[in-house]
Design a protein around this ligand. Structure first.
Ligand code: SF4
Length: 422
């Protein structure tokens, strides 16, 4: 039976108990939140994974995207990226491959992913067709079923694009139009065929497929703004409203759902945008790409994304999709994946320091770090850092002669103050 239905009956599955323990929540409380659709635990019935609870009162989660492109196909490297992402704390991994044998690649990456594993099935349907408009309506659903059978735990599906939202987009004065790959494919198909989006039109059928495997749907953000100029326009809000209606259908049907959000958003629009999404979706778990708070950080977009993620998390976002330093420039390397995950994890932890239900546990870590700093206990400080090796390397690079560091040397404020108070 689907988790959301089990939760309504109060059934305490083992993996729910594990999540409750990990989140420091009572099982009954977690079940009530799952039943209401305010928390999801993405998990395909065919897969055994380390489950993760995403949503209200849960710690802020981070997703890392990996995957090939037509330009660069190196499956071993993508596997390594998935491993590194988990090593540095990714709570979910998505395979966004578009180059090579997609099913084979998916299966290989999935094997090393022990946390929830996500995909965007429409990429596969589009990749197999010469012209986007040639994708058959059946193929939209065939790929979803195939991914579900392979054990995918959550899928991004751009069901919120319909003729109404598309008309609003056509009237917008955007610079970058649509920057979501799945969104562009869906819109291209609709325009070339002059037909409604099959995922929107046959949403109940889509939910039937997902429910059979208890796959979580991540309602894609097709109209996410691709630059600061395009943020907060009517097209985006129109899509939010459609997504809100689809969330209701998911809940009625017993399919867990997450809602995706923008994109590139200036600082002052992040909070209203998150609050609007939470309001129209009746507090569905919110999954954001960044958001990036400026367009000019090429090479450092993981920092622009982490700033946005921290503010979005403070306003209520639950799940952060990492951004790597390669964003807007190329397919990330293994090192980029590590940098991206760490940046997003720092943002997520900063959010947890003030998040209801999480702040006491999160603050205990900061407390421990501050005690280690006071004691000049370097080993403990390295262990508590996001990247122990890097922290140790920096400390050793210019090693001081005393037990302090080379920043202030024997004028170490911590040491001086300690001696004064003695
Ligand atoms: S030397 Fe300066 S930076 Fe280093 S531990 Fe002491 S106070 Fe901190």
């Amino acid at each position: 039976m689907a988790l959301i239905e089990d939760a309504k009956k109060g059934k305490k599955d083992e993996f729910v108990k594990k999540c409750a323990e990990e989140e420091g929540l009572e099982v009954e409380k977690l079940l009530r939140l799952i039943a209401k659709g305010q928390v999801v635990i993405p998990r395909n019935v065919l897969r055994e994974i380390k489950p993760k609870a995403i949503g209200f009162l849960c710690s802020t989660k981070v997703n890392a995207n990996v995957g090939t492109s037509e330009e660069y196909i190196n499956v071993e490297e993508e596997i390594e990226k998935a491993i590194i992402a988990q090593k540095y704390g990714a709570d979910a991994v998505m395979d966004l491959s578009t180059g090579g044998d997609l099913r084979e690649i998916r299966k290989k990456i999935m094997k090393v992913v022990k946390v929830p594993f996500g995909t965007v099935p429409i990429y596969e349907a589009a990749r197999d067709c010469k012209r986007i408009g040639d994708i058959s309506e059946d193929d939209f659903f065939r790929v979803v079923e195939e991914h579900a059978k392979d054990g995918v735990d959550f899928m991004t599906i751009h069901a919120g694009v319909n003729w109404t939202s598309l008309e609003t987009l056509k009237k917008s004065k955007r610079i970058l139009g649509v920057v979501s790959r799945g969104g562009a494919i869906t819109i291209g198909w609709m325009l070339q065929n002059e037909k409604e989006n099959p995922y929107y039109k046959n949403f109940d059928y889509l939910l039937d497929i997902l429910k059979e495997y208890d796959v979580t749907i991540s309602l894609g953000d097709a109209f996410r703004p691709g630059c600061i100029h395009d943020a907060g326009d009517r097209a985006k809000y129109m899509e939010f409203i459609v997504l809100g209606e689809l969330v209701e259908k998911c809940r009625e049907k017993g399919v867990q759902c997450i809602v995706e959000g923008p994109g590139h958003v200036p600082l002052d629009l992040i909070e209203p945008s998150v609050k609007a999404m939470k309001s129209v979706t009746n507090n569905a778990p919110l999954y954001l790409l960044g958001p990036l708070v400026t367009d000019i950080a090429a090479g450092y977009d993981h920092i622009a994304g982490a700033i946005g993620a921290a503010i979005a998390g403070m306003a209520g976002a639950d799940f952060i999709c990492y951004i790597t330093p390669s964003e807007h420039l190329g397919l990330p390397t293994v090192e980029d994946v590590k940098e991206g995950v760490i940046a997003a994890k720092i943002a997520a932890h900063a959010v947890d320091l003030i998040k209801e239900g999480q702040k006491e546990r999160a603050r205990a870590l900061d407390y421990e770090m501050s005690i280690a700093r006071k004691k000049l206990d370097w080993d403990r400080q390295f262990k508590l850092s996001p990247d122990e090796e890097r922290a140790r390397k920096i400390w050793e690079r210019r090693k001081a002669r005393g037990d302090y560091c080379s920043m202030c040397g024997n004028l170490c404020a911590i040491k001086l103050v300690e001696s004064f108070f003695k």
